[in-house]
Design a protein around this ligand. Structure first.
Ligand SMILES: [Fe+2]
Length: 345
């Protein structure tokens, strides 16, 4: 496995780049906007293909690199389903998998620091975001933080992992880089409590100043979404309502770009074909299934995904490869559901 811990000294943030092999797919956890060029350079040097950029939660102390990485690499942006960030391409819920080629991380909902905090577990390590820090815990006094939830996330979920599990947090302010679950159980001063109530009293009396960047970072991180308006302005979008009216037309091929677990959870549009976003360029290239479908049958490709972000990027890619009739459903399956479009399960 390729594993890199990257540091932003301004916000003391750790970001993590993971891949199963040189030349393979990569994902990055908690990227920082100012460091995006550095990540891209490293990704090039290691000959990796960035396919997913993930935030463990809505950060208050730095601006996320998700949007910039998406714009530069067309990667899928990922957060938990509870997030208030306007559009991320993919939302995970508790128990779902975060997957790239050769690597699977379990997404675990660990609220408390914020109400959208997730941890990501691998067999030997856990990425804890700001839920569990090295000899500390994430503050719970803003962004719908809740010390009781944090207690349950830490004691009920994270500390149940084997003692040898490596702990990689989203921040460290003292220069520590890694710990273990066993070490934190024994030496983390915030965890030496006898009850949830004792933890709550401790957390409610920290009296911390707000992060310097908070007034800038939170609003910026809420609006990380791709501007689907530009795609609409070019006439490449159908609203969910227009797509519902077009359902069943023989000259339209509906293409579902989502992953299998998203299809199972949210349902699919009846009659649609599955062509995952990660294989898009291959499918659109000469001889690929989407290219063949568009060119040999002259069907119009109508892409959709969860929120319209992957499908907007797909329309652009299709146009770039000469498939000018390609369109997408603005707002994705989310908008489709709200417009009462039919779903198959
Ligand atoms: Fe945080």
């Amino acid at each position: 496995m390729i594993f890199r811990q990257l540091f932003d000294s301004v916000s003391s943030t750790y970001s993590y780049l993971l891949a199963s092999r040189p030349g393979g797919e990569a994902l990055i956890i908690d990227p920082v906007l100012e460091k995006v060029e550095r990540y891209l350079q490293l990704i090039r040097e290691l000959n990796l293909k960035l396919v997913k950029a993930v935030d463990t939660h809505l950060h208050a102390d730095h601006i996320t690199g998700l949007g910039a990485l998406r714009d530069k690499t067309h990667c899928v942006t990922v957060m938990g389903e509870q997030t208030k960030a306007d559009v991320v391409s993919m939302r995970l819920s508790d128990g779902e998998k975060l997957m790239i080629e050769g690597l699977t991380l379990d997404a675990v909902y660990t609220p408390g620091h914020t109400d959208d905090s997730y941890s990501f577990i691998m067999p030997d390590r856990v990425f804890t975001g700001d839920t569990l820090l090295i000899r500390g815990t994430g503050r719970t006094d803003f962004q719908n933080g809740d010390p009781r939830q944090e207690y349950e996330s830490i004691f009920g979920r994270l500390l149940k992992l084997p003692d040898s599990t490596l702990v990689f947090p989203a921040h460290d302010y003292k220069g520590d880089t890694v710990s273990t679950i066993g070490e934190e159980k024994a030496f983390n001063p915030r965890l030496q409590v006898k009850s949830a109530d004792e933890f709550i009293v401790l957390m409610n009396n920290l009296k911390l100043p707000n992060p310097k960047m908070m007034d800038v970072a939170v609003p910026a991180n809420i609006h990380v979404g791709l501007h689907q308006e530009e795609i609409a302005r070019r006439g490449w979008s159908l609203t969910a309502m227009e797509a519902i009216c077009a359902l069943g037309r023989p000259d339209i091929a509906l293409i579902d770009l989502r992953e299998q677990q998203e299809r199972e959870r949210h349902g699919t549009i009846p009659g649609s074909l599955h062509a995952p976003y990660t294989a898009l360029l291959e499918n659109l290239s000469e001889g690929g299934i989407l290219s063949a479908l568009a060119k040999s049958t002259s069907k119009q490709l109508l892409f959709y995904c969860a929120f319209g972000e992957r499908s907007a990027m797909a329309v652009q890619a299709a146009q770039d490869s000469g498939i000018f009739s390609a369109r997408h459903i603005e707002g994705g399956i989310d908008a489709w559901k709200k417009a009462s479009g039919p779903l198959a399960h």
